[in-house]
Design a protein around this ligand. Sequence first.
Ligand code: MIG
Length: 739
Amino acid sequence: MNPLKQILTSVQFIGLPATLRIVQATLLRDWYERRFREPAAPEIAPKSPGELLGVEAAPSGARCKFTNAELEILFLTPHLVRLSWEPGQLPLPYAIAKTEWLPVDVTISSSRRPRRRGRRLEQNGFTLTSGEVSLTVGADGGITYHAGDVELRAEHPPRWEGEAWTQHSRLDAEERIHGLGERAATLNLRASAPESSVTYQMRNTDPGGHYSTGDDPLYLNIPLYISRNPRRSANSSYLIFYENTHQGEISFGAEESAVHFKGGMPRYYFTAGTVAEVVENYTELTGRAPLPPRWALGYHQCRWGYKTAQDIREVVAGFKEHNLPLDAIHLDIDYMDGYRVFTVDEERFPDLAALTAELKEDGIRTVAILDPGVKVDPNYSLYQEGVKRGLFCTTPAGKPVRATVWPGECCFPDFTNPKTRAWWGEQYSKLLDLGVDGFWHDMNEPAAFVGWGPPSVPSITRYSMENRGALHSHLDALHLEDDGETQTATQFYGGNHIEANNIYGLMMNQAGYNGLRQLDPDRRPWIVSRAGWAGMQRYAWNWTGDVGTSWTTLRQTLITMLNIGLSGIPYTGSDIGGFGGHPSAELFTRWFQMAAFTPFFRGHSATGTPRREPWVYGEPYTSIVRDFLNLRRRLMPYLYTLAQEAAQTGAPLMRPLFWDFPEMADVDDQFMLGDSLLVAPVLREGAESRRVTLPPGEWHSWWGEGVWEGESEVEVTVTIERIPLFVQEGRGSELRGRR
Ligand code: MIG
């Protein structure tokens, strides 16, 4: 958005005085960035690995020397291999859950595959194989990957430009690409530009409300993609995960993919198998979502605009009055005292403990929002402690960096510092003690209000990165107090914003999750988070943020959720009806019907929009919504079984059809909930029927409307009461007797 337009929009939504404060904050940001501007790096000629000089066997792998680079190949399992190229800084293992692996038997042979025309990646090199996966490393560092005899991937060696690097890989015309975390894109991430190229930014950011198809980046990026090729057999999919927290971009062209990161070593993991297997292997590495508390699988009601305990009581009374089941209610930012995180406004919520207890009597849990920004306020103990103990992100001179969010000027906890995480984690006790059961992590991209430029903290922000050490030794050492110890500011200069931006949310989630585990070991923590990164599934659920209100965004959010699931995050959901608009009764109902089958089932809406509780549209809508709320309740044992499966294998609860039916053509307007329920939400206004693609098998209409022979496309009549829903013959024993 151009700055003027951004500012005018801001005036419209938050008024002139607040806008002026944001302009002021942005000027401060610009000052920071000028004051600490790094000297421009000298122009360096791009570098490739050069010639392969030699290869040496190493435990479970090999090390190869090139003229300008070194490559380490390490098999973690016969199906999962890690590649690391030097030069480049080793990643801190933020994504990684499993570090101990059994040895893998590998064999190395020199390879002189017959040269095929037009392929120059496989000249005199060597082949390293586990028996399951083989890598052929060419003399120039290009690598081809095979499973059995099938070539799955051919990549060129990385090319470095200073600390940044790029890697190209071949793409087959038929190859489908999925993953990359949260994308307002097509299910096959190449599909919007099959002939040209489409680029995705690897940078968590707040897209600023009402996003829709084509907006990129969004809140949550995950640098992995799955390649699937319907021309190959089902077990010839592969997943590649770039373990690199730096900002970057990944593009898919007609013949090649290009991966670019602004720093860090080229380190990536390759695994092959079926789509389910590659997700299983990836989540063995990065961890899986623990079983959630049962209530989290129920229906959540939320709105930015429930301002008082009275508002909450009224909403809950509405649910009772309309006989609508409710499992959780969320408190958005208005419960806080002046938006100070971990405080409660005593006037608007005079007795939060009584309120949560009262709700719990009715089987309703309370979830409270937490934003990372800590208000700059000398009388606020969290702020005082953070400053005193050096727990905030800093400028390169070691002073806490500031940016403006809801509370006004804020400092930002440096979640890459283990001390900060421990401290932050302790704070949850305040809300636990008040009977809050779940936590909602917002704005953790991290987001900040700006008049122009990226909506985040200044780009010069410094992070401890686990106190990795002084990178910027040219900067003056500043003395800060830290629990009586004297610490030099250089200890804070472990990482910059380019490296740490993407893991800010992940580490906030880790801090919260570990804090909750410690505070109450007998309770399953529950967190839903807007931002995150590879591995966030270990700590938090996700929701798709401020998605627009339209039929287009309804359809978009379905696809977005499927790609999130394929990125290792089994739990996600979207604001029913979209965040900031006013859905028609029909759009609201259709969204609600779809959401009833998504892992995170929450009604939410923005402040200032017309109310959107499930009864505001009147009949017949209230009754339809009631039916789907009751249906969700009946699905609970099934959902719980899926939760257990996710914990064991990493399988997302909602899956694209190709997950179980790889031979199927791409279908992006239906999904499977588990392996038994096929959901075909109605995504078109005024629809009287919709086409449903049925995979092989016999399909029973959930509504008892008959049995369909699969491997077919059927036109199913729809009314506003229902969406097409099918159960496959012979599956879904958990569902038996529940219809
Ligand atoms: O700047 O807390 O995505 O769900 O209601 C907006 C207020 C901040 C963004 C979240 C949205 C939430 C809202 N938040």
